[in-house]
Structures are given as structure tokens and as C-alpha cells.
Design a protein around this ligand. Structure first.
Ligand SMILES: Cc1cc2nc3c(=O)[nH]c(=O)nc-3n(C[C@H](O)[C@H](O)[C@H](O)COP(=O)(O)OP(=O)(O)OC[C@H]3O[C@@H](n4cnc5c(N)ncnc54)[C@H](O)[C@@H]3O)c2cc1C
Length: 301
């Protein structure tokens, strides 16, 4: 790896960090060390980087804002790619084109300020555009699938193609990108509509208030842990079993919202994982329901 890092540095691909604590790059604020983190300057640098990593059989992954992942406490012996330089946000009438590394909340709040409707649901989702499209992030009966018109992606063959909405297979918390992990989202164009600015701002304020009241935003977390089973709420099932406030090490089932696990006191990733597994098991035993974890486990055995 040391030799590879030297070679990567010579290639002038963008900022390169070594032995990076993943706590700094995930909203759970847990995780081990990533051997290397690269911030490619542009698409050409990203392509050169991936070709080099493939040729050297080095594992890699793209990390967005780290708000839907649980890295293990172990060393990630590979390269974490961050697309922070892909951060453009360009409005043209009712359309916005944004880089995969742009903040979804920023795009949503700029849209609101322009009186554009369609992204109100996203003003409280702390992901990147790339991560949001991958997960088909959503709330309040809306999601990215409603607003994405096309996405520029890098294919496993290192070609850049444009995929339109119907090719992206958006469904509840999934998309083509999640189903094809070797594709990378580079840029997205979102189609919004002109709306009434005051009404949009009011809606966003009401929802912000609701989130603050119902979610433990004062603690590190990665949002909802489990998907809601059909016609049910995962949080309600957990709450009814009396597990609000259950702790394991520094991790806790939130007292405010039972579908959130919070890092309330210097938790290890393994504390969070054990709580998730325990909840899954008791929900299965008591209700016969297999809860599906919404968050992604990375670098676990
Ligand atoms: C307080 C809080 C509230 C939340 N509320 C919601 C909510 O209401 N609704 C909701 O849906 N989610 C919610 N989330 C979860 C999370 O914010 C979203 O799922 C978000 O879309 C994840 O984006 P990210 O950039 O952080 O992705 P990451 O966590 O960084 O990555 C998630 C996955 O996406 C992949 N990925 C990231 N970027 C790319 C790319 N450019 N190309 C290909 N793959 C990529 C990663 O490899 C990884 O597999 C919440 C999280 C928190 C902390």
C-alpha cells in the first residue's frame, strides 16, 4: 500500500489523505481507519484512479456524506473515494444540475429559496446527491425518484453514460445504483416546478419543527435504522416491545424515536451493530417480522 500511495500522489489526482479516522466522515461518528482517502479533482482523475486501483487489486468504495453507513471498527485496507470536488449546483429555470458530491440539503434549500417545489422532502436529509440517488432517499411520501430526470454515471467499463429516470429503477429506498454497486453517480439533473415561495417555505419550516420534535438530532446517528415494513412503522414495533433507551456500550436506542440508534457516548461501531442485531432478533421473535436494515454495513467480516 505504501508504494501505491506514492504512485497515487505522483499522479496528481487530487487531495490524498492516509490513515484517516472514519469517525470524521460518518454521521454515526464511529468506524476504524481508512488506509487511503482520495478526493479526485474531476472525472478524468476519478477514471485514472479506479484504473490504477483495479490494476493493483485494491478495494475501493465511494463514500458520500457517510449518513447511511456503518463502518466496522477495523482498518479499511483500501481506498475511500470522496467526490467532494463534484459539488456544482447550477439552476436553469426549473431544472437544477448538481454534482454527485453536492449536499442534498443545500440543493433543496436553494430550490426552496427560488420558489421551486419538489425537493421540500429533502431539506432534512443530510446526504450527498450521489448517496441520495443510490438510496433513493425520501420522506413524506416523496423521494429522489420523483425529481431526478437524468443521471450521469461512470460504468464499470470506465465510460460515462447518461441514464434517464425510467432506467434508474427507483423504488422504496433503492435504485439501479444500489443494485449495481460498480456504477458511480457523477452528476444529476433534477426537474422541479415553479411553486408558491411562501407556501413552500412554510411547509419546510413545519417539517423541520416536526423532525426536531421527533428525531434525536442532537446526537450522532444515521437516521432510521430499519425500513418500515408494509403498512407498519419499525419504530412503533420497537417502542411497543419496550426497547426505547436500551443501551449497549456507548450506543442507545433513542428515547425520542425507537427507529434511531444514537451514539450517545463514544460508541464503538460494534455496539451499534449489536443493538441492531438484537432488535432484529426480538422483532422476529415477537412479531414474526424480518426487519430490513436501511443502513449499509461496510468492512464487516
Ligand atoms: C439525522 C438523519 C436523518 C435522515 N433522514 C433520512 C430521511 O428522511 N430519508 C432518507 O431516505 N434517509 C435519511 N437519512 C439517511 C441518509 O441521509 C440518506 O440515506 C442519504 O441519502 C445517504 O447519503 P450519503 O451521501 O450520506 O451516502 P453514504 O452514507 O455516504 O453512502 C451510502 C451508500 O451510497 C453509496 N454512494 C454514495 N455516493 C455515491 C455515488 N456518487 N455513486 C454511487 N454510490 C454512491 C455509498 O457507496 C454507500 O453504499 C437520514 C440520516 C440522518 C443522519
Amino acid at each position: 500500500m505504501t508504494e501505491l500511495i506514492k504512485e497515487l500522489k505522483k499522479m496528481d489526482l487530487g487531495k490524498i489523505l492516509t490513515d484517516v479516522s472514519l469517525k470524521e466522515y460518518t454521521t454515526y461518528k464511529v468506524g476504524g481507519i481508512a488506509r487511503v482517502m482520495v478526493f479526485p479533482k474531476n472525472i478524468d482523475c476519478l477514471v485514472m484512479l479506479i484504473k490504477k486501483l483495479k490494476a493493483n487489486h485494491i478495494q475501493y468504495m465511494v463514500l458520500g456524506n457517510g449518513s447511511n453507513v456503518l463502518f466496522s471498527d477495523s482498518v479499511y485496507d483500501g481506498v475511500v473515494i470522496k467526490l467532494d470536488e463534484f459539488d456544482k449546483i447550477e439552476f436553469e429555470e426549473n431544472k437544477v444540475t448538481c454534482g454527485a458530491g453536492a449536499s442534498l440539503m443545500k440543493v433543496a434549500s436553494q430550490s426552496v429559496r427560488r420558489g421551486l417545489t419538489g425537493l421540500e422532502f429533502a431539506t432534512g436529509i443530510p446526504g450527498s446527491i450521489g448517496g441520495a440517488i443510490y438510496m433513493n432517499a425520501g420522506a413524506y411520501k416523496s423521494d429522489m425518484g420523483y425529481v431526478v430526470s437524468k443521471v450521469k454515471v461512470l460504468t464499470p467499463k470506465m465510460t460515462v453514460i447518461t441514464m434517464v429516470n425510467r432506467e434508474l429503477n427507483f423504488h422504496y429506498r433503492t435504485s439501479f445504483l444500489k443494485q449495481h454497486k460498480d456504477y458511480i453517480c457523477l452528476e444529476a439533473t433534477l426537474q422541479l416546478k415553479k411553486g408558491n415561495k411562501e407556501e413552500i417555505e412554510q411547509l419546510v419550516q413545519d417539517r423541520k419543527k416536526r423532525r426536531l420534535e421527533s428525531q434525536p438530532l442532537e446526537y450522532p446517528s444515521a437516521g432510521s435504522v430499519f425500513r418500515n415494513p408494509k403498512d407498519l412503522f419499525a419504530g412503533k414495533l420497537i417502542e411497543d416491545l419496550g426497547y426505547k433507551g436500551l443501551t449497549k456500550g456507548g450506543a442507545k436506542v433513542s428515547e425520542k424515536h425507537a427507529n434511531f440508534i444514537i451514539n450517545y457516548h463514544d460508541a464503538k461501531a460494534s455496539d451499534i451493530k449489536e443493538l441492531i442485531e438484537f432488535i432484529k432478533q426480538v422483532v422476529k421473535e415477537n412479531y414474526g417480522i424480518d426487519l430490513v436494515v436501511e443502513q449499509e454495513f461496510i468492512n464487516w467480516e
